[in-house]
Design a binder for this molecule. Structure first.
Ligand SMILES: [Zn+2]
Length: 117
């Protein structure tokens, strides 16, 4: 699988580390409901099909990306975008037509990865 990093360009997926489901949101730090924290820390959907995911370019620029990937075919369905402090970095040419529909998962709110700052 090849992943397009907006800073480095297209790279082998071996340079990246999977960062998890990008639709999970951390409760507020003053949240006292143990169930909310349990849900955040332990419970994940095992989706089949399109899924928004975090990827960390561990062996490259070390930026965090969010992309939509089909978990069955591993096809990347959306243009990866930078999140966290890298979001303002200059971007290269996108590998995927930016005018294409990226699916319903892209429309979900995406929060910043933990520890990306
Ligand atoms: Zn990179």
């Amino acid at each position: 699988m090849r992943i397009y990093c907006p800073i480095c360009g297209e790279r082998d997926s071996g340079e990246f580390t999977y960062g998890g489901d990008a639709t999970v949101h951390r409760p507020a730090m003053d949240e006292t409901d143990a169930e909310a924290w349990c849900q955040y820390v332990y419970n994940r959907e095992n989706r089949r099909g399109p899924m928004l995911e975090y990827w960390h370019h561990t062996q490259g620029c070390r930026a965090w990306l969010v992309l939509e990937r089909d978990t069955v075919t591993h096809k990347i369905l959306s243009q990866p975008r930078l999140v966290g402090p890298w979001a303002d970095e200059p971007k290269g040419n996108p590998p995927i037509d930016s005018g294409s529909d990226t699916g319903s998962a892209e429309r979900e709110r995406v929060s910043e990865p933990v520890g990306a700052e």
